[in-house]
Design a binder for this molecule. Structure first.
Ligand SMILES: C[S@@+](CC[C@H](N)C(=O)[O-])C[C@H]1O[C@@H](n2cnc3c(N)ncnc32)[C@H](O)[C@@H]1O
Length: 235
């Protein structure tokens, strides 16, 4: 599962026993060699959907080491901003994107997405591989922050899927992992927030609509069971 240059088992245990932020600070130098980094093939599928549109400014939420920002840069006219609360992940993003393709200016913002205060500054917001870090109880707040950051007509784009069948291995592995994380977070403080099967279709459609978005779902063949949600800010 892991690249030889990825984290060792003990490094992962140490990361998981830290807070989410500290865990990513520790993981940052090896993050590109983990399966947690969104694969370029998935990002390419999103790029193909976005390239029919034009965007001046874009925000990549929980940008990590910048995989999403790299995909966005050639599609965006003026500026791509990445926000993340791990300083070390941002540091890696800055290093890795120094010579990336595209002319848009890059900006790296250190901050918690649940506290961000961008005001109608972006035409596009994306979030890849990080929705499991948002507690269910914070979903509305998260979407409100993104809604506030977008201009009217701006788009929030992310990849998700629907709940796997109860008889599938993925269902039980995901729920087993979530249970283990709940127990970990009951006994160890501060919590490491990471849960599978969040922001799932079809339920997330209603949540987005309740928070002022119109929702379209694209199903590129190359993404298999994954789908791309394009939520447009209305009003
Ligand atoms: C699995 S990584 C994904 C990185 C990148 N988007 C990608 O697809 O490769 C999740 C990232 O979310 C960040 N993160 C998690 N919760 C956050 C929060 N509340 N505010 C800001 N960043 C957060 C972590 O620091 C980490 O860099």
């Amino acid at each position: 599962m892991f690249h030889p240059e990825g984290p060792t088992f003990f490094e992962q245990v140490r990361q998981c026993l830290s807070s989410t932020r500290k865990g990513y600070d520790l993981l940052a130098p090896k993050f590109e060699f983990t399966p947690y980094r969104t694969p370029d093939e998935m990002l390419q599928a999103v790029s193909a959907i976005l390239e029919t549109d034009s965007f001046e400014t874009a925000l990549d939420v929980c940008c990590g080491t910048g995989a999403g920002m790299r995909m966005l840069r050639p599609l965006v006219g003026r500026k791509v901003v990445g926000i993340d609360f791990s300083k070390e992940m941002l540091h890696e993003a800055q290093r890795l994107l120094a010579y990336s393709e595209g002319g848009a200016e890059l900006e790296f913002v250190h901050g918690d997405v649940l506290e961000m205060s961008f005001d109608e500054a972006f035409d596009l917001a994306t979030c890849f591989g990080a929705l499991g870090h948002i507690y269910g109880k914070d979903t509305d707040l998260f979407l409100q922050k993104i809604h506030h950051a977008l201009r009217p007509g701006g788009k929030f784009v992310f990849i998700t899927t629907s709940s796997p069948p109860v008889c599938s291995r993925t269902f039980w592995l995901s729920h087993g992992f979530n249970l283990a994380m709940k127990i970990r977070n009951l006994v160890v403080r501060p919590p490491f927030i990471m849960y599978y099967l969040t922001f799932l279709l079809p339920e997330i459609r209603q949540t987005l609509e309740r928070n002022g978005f119109r929702v379209e779902v694209e199903s590129p063949e190359e993404l298999g069971l994954y789908q791309v949600v394009v939520a447009t800010k209305v009003g």
